[in-house]
Design a binder for this molecule. Sequence first.
Ligand code: 4GX
Length: 233
Amino acid sequence: MTLRIDVITLFPEMFGGVLASSILGRALREGRTEVVLTNLRDFAGDKRGTVDDKPFGGGPGMVLLCEPLYRAVEAVRGQDSRRGLVVLLTPQGERLTQGRVRDLAGRERLILVCGHYEGFDERIRPVADLELSVGDYVLTGGELPAMAVIDAVVRLLPGVLGAEDGTREESFAAGLLEYPQYTRPREFRGMAVPDVLLSGNHAAIAAWRADQAKARTRARRRDLLGEAPDADG
Ligand code: 4GX
């Protein structure tokens, strides 16, 4: 059974280019997954399509209403017998990692909920099985995070990438950054390709790459090695 991904959003048109292009576009055309977009506006309680209101207690900005969102989640749920994991995109969520991406890719159905505006009514939280954040910065809505989740998940589905890329994913599974890569020309603006890569010695190449991956991870992302990050973060 192929993974079904539902997206509940006020801006379904934002997804068009991303879902039609490149690897994601091909995966969808080949039926390796299915993405169903649902407009939250369709679940407003009035003809004007109201989905937000001013916060009780005052303060700036608008707050997403619970009722349209619960109606949308329940309607979307009913479109398929698989229950689906409801994922809310928010900076307050668990930071997305490749490990979580692997977990999501193994499920039968995901329901991604994208909020807009400054915030949402706190009572929306229980509708979600999981809250995810794509990083510690503030976006205008959950759509770009949802696209990041879709992209990262779909590339792991069977048949989406070649066998070669499948192995590359394992290097990140090992918790390291990628080793440096080169292609032609052998020299570009005074920068030469390391001799070992032209040596034809596959064992030496593998050792060099392992070494580079480790050194680069230590220099740039010590946290991935389970060590404290340095003073620069
Ligand atoms: N990683 N944002 C969420 C707020 C919001 C409003 C209504 C739900 C309902 C973000 C991030 C992120 C901006 C998405 C604020 N949420 N999401 N939105 N970083 O910045 O995931």
